[in-house]
Design a protein around this ligand. Sequence first.
Ligand code: ZN
Length: 735
Amino acid sequence: MEATDCRRAFPSFDEPALKATFDITLVADKELTALSNMDVKEEKILESGKKATSFNTSPVMSTYLVAFIVGELSYVESNYFRVPVRVYATPGMEDRCKFSAELGARTLEFFEKKFDVPYPLPKMDMVGIHDFSAGAMENWGLVTYRVVDLLFDEENDNANTKQRVAEVVQHELAHQWFGNLVTMDWWDGLWLNEGFATWMSWYSCNSFYPDWKVWETYVGDNLQSCLALDSLRSSHPVEVPVKRADEVNQIFDAISYSKGSCIVKMVSIILGEDTFIRGISRYLKRHQYGNTETGDLWKALSEESGLDVAGIMDTWTSKVGFPVLTVSEDGNTIHVRQNRFLATGDVKPEEDTTIYPLSLALRNKSGKVENINLDKREISIDLSKYDASSAFYKLNADQAGLYRTLYPPERVVKLSQAGADNLLSVEDRVGLIADTASLSVSGYQKTSALLDLISLWKNEKEPNVWMEMLKRFGAIRKTWIFQPESTTDALKQLLGELVLPKVNELGWNFHAEESLLQQQLKGTLFSSAVSSENDKIVKEALSLFEKYASGDAKAVHPNIRAAVFGAAAKYGDEATWQRLVDVYTSPKSSVEGLAAITALGGAKNVDLQKKTIKLTLDGTVRSQDVFYVLNGLSTNVAGIQILWDWLREEWDAITKKFPANMGLLLNIIYICTGSLATPQHLKEFDEFFKSKDTKGFDKAVSISRDRLVSRIAWLERDVKDVEEWLAKHQSSTKL
Ligand SMILES: [Zn+2]
């Protein structure tokens, strides 16, 4: 019922600091399962024939964490931990409950040991819900999830699903202490609740699955989504004043989750993980069953570490944004200057008043990292003092800092070569691609610099580096989608050149002993090859779908299922379209169904695309799944127009079905406007939202507008640059 829905269930003083105990009795049909936060005290059959289930008194807790569920459910139980951990789902899905039941039990044991504070409830139930607007909700002792974020099927699900389920389960279980046992005083502390749970889920994932290399993935994933959102003019400090109920839902955004967790990671690096966890333990013990402000955590961490944590973190929590560091070189001396970074590249003096405290983490030629503090606007550094020189150095080693680095163009070339020569860590390489891409979007560098870098690194071996390259190249293709066909074709061809040698080397068969990352890479490469419209790969995808459609369920490996369904929908007829809709309505696994409805929007046949958008409001697609359909449509020119028309024409029906307080509306706005890229689009955008009462989603509108403005500016600056690069590239490959 987070944030403010408990008051809709029963009269209450519905604020996080007003904690109470709860005695709950549920009256329901007797064959149904009744669950709540606590274990069952007694069950009685009433005169009416209904069953009354009473639960034991809860510990003192916040209203937003109260939960009750009645339904036809069955469960799998793990007794690995000292209290039973059950995973509930609708009957018939028991096999898929085993993974998270075991994982949940091991995670509770792990956290209990790490925090040195016992899990305080007598049981843990985790329930997969069929239509759920968020990803999951950490209700104390009764955690609720989207089915796809809880259930895992070794046979029919893929590597991405396993990783996602592990992350979500561990995130929710971290909340059982951080959030549930100790709770923020008010919603302005939400970022810490979410930031910590997010960080903690990686910390435990890293301990359980070291081969997943979660801290490498963090650099391309979470860090980038934080920096992307925080580079918009419409961003906000993580600690944001919240007054009205409708403002609360809007702060469940990437700033709270991603920047929150990046800040937590920063503290954990400064203190060291062990000291950090001991400080958390001190904080939990001191405040258990109570409420806190951010300062209480900094205090406990300062006591544990002897450092002034509040002093270090204050700027990061109270100020918006992060800096770009401009580096200039003079022999072995470098000069570093920090300014606020905006994706639109047009920061005004009054927006550039914050000095962010940074550690420059200089990597030298022996691979070591030297920490140099930057606590003012600019400094000069004599590289020779740090065993570095103009021959080789890199700032932001392992990309641990929250900033972008703008080097002189020659340095980018040298670093690109250093990356190809294996002088940079995986995190460094992911970071260099991300920085180069982001600096070209904002006009600090040319997009051709990114194309040079990606072309040079096409022999890269590391999955995380590849995935970052493909993501950034994908962003160019997406933004350039309205450009002349000669350009879009050349980009498509370039994608093929990049990925095909690798696809042919690695193949698209999967083996049990392959690492999760390797599986993800092979899946991503295959999907890129399909997207490049390479004949051989497209034929292969279509023939795999043929086998699948004629009853061979195992013909398509889950890791390439999205790509195979995508090809089938793109080149398929109405029968194929219907077949994919049927997969969604009766899937073997939830992920399979979602891959099917995502694929639909890619159809080359515009009539089928128009049929696709209708599924969103006619009840075929569950509310929680609508954005998969929309995402599918956003991949091509016709689909983008259909989305934009749909949003405007069906606005009343959309806002009725997806009220702003459910959060889904925000995603709908992001997706339906997220591929617009022309000045005409901007005009239409302003025209449309001008007349709307945007209460409850005004943030989504201003973020979407900022992104659109940034794409238009990027194109205006670099259309020629990219065209010239492609022409030069084509003539050189023809030689
Ligand atoms: Zn959370």
